[in-house]
Design a protein around this ligand. Sequence first.
Ligand code: IGP
Length: 255
Amino acid sequence: MYIMVVSKLDFGEIMQACKASYKPFEGTVEMTRKPASLVDSIAAAKKDGRRPVIAEIKPASPTAGAIRTVGDPAEIAKEYAGAGACGVSVLTEPKYFGGSLANLQSAAGISVPVLRKDFLFDLSQVKESYYYGADTLLLISSFFSADSLAAMIAECRRYGMEPLVEVHDRDDVERSASAGATLYAVNNRDRHTLKVDLRRTRDLAPAIDGTVVSASGVSTVDQLKFVLSYSDAALVGTALMRAERPGSALQNLIW
Ligand SMILES: O=P(O)(O)OC[C@@H](O)[C@@H](O)c1c[nH]c2ccccc12
């Protein structure tokens, strides 16, 4: 008798799909733009009494399905910046998150750093991110060896970007540290079950030497205060994208 295991969608499967549909970026890039620093922007927010929040443009997700139709990403990005965001994160993964490089390009160039959020794995995607206006990008630590992560980080720095390295457990933290990461995202969402637990920030942040962003699952001021008592900034997506007015919802969180 065979028992059939129905596979659940997890980060590994999303990455596999991204690799399968990958087309290497072949554009030419002149390195004339100096990306803005997310770390500096987090520090500036703290200094003038804003809760440091990176606000995300996320049209859909594997757990929530369709979240919001993003007509004009530039408009939302400006709203976020105007509300006091210390950064704007833009999903570019199309299949599961409804994102695009066009969204990134349209949101880029605002007054705060813009983060490219995707399942990246290839060195050429660093250049691509720079080309489309990103100030920095997300690297999910568990998909890399220490060596390949170090190579990605070095490539980011060549473009003047300090990548946000996502960690889920202590192994990730160790591997990322030995690869030289300085800016970390603790994802409160489990990469296998996709369930959120904010206590992950509490448990993992003390093991990290660097700037820590707590990502996922924050929707109330109390939750934000909880994660910020262990981290330097929080990354909020769904709660803002679901709000009637994302900018006002963000303002209520920040001040
Ligand atoms: O919508 P939320 O729960 O506020 O989460 C935002 C962000 O943390 C989440 O989009 C995210 C964190 N790490 C990722 C990696 C890939 C794609 C998406 C993510």
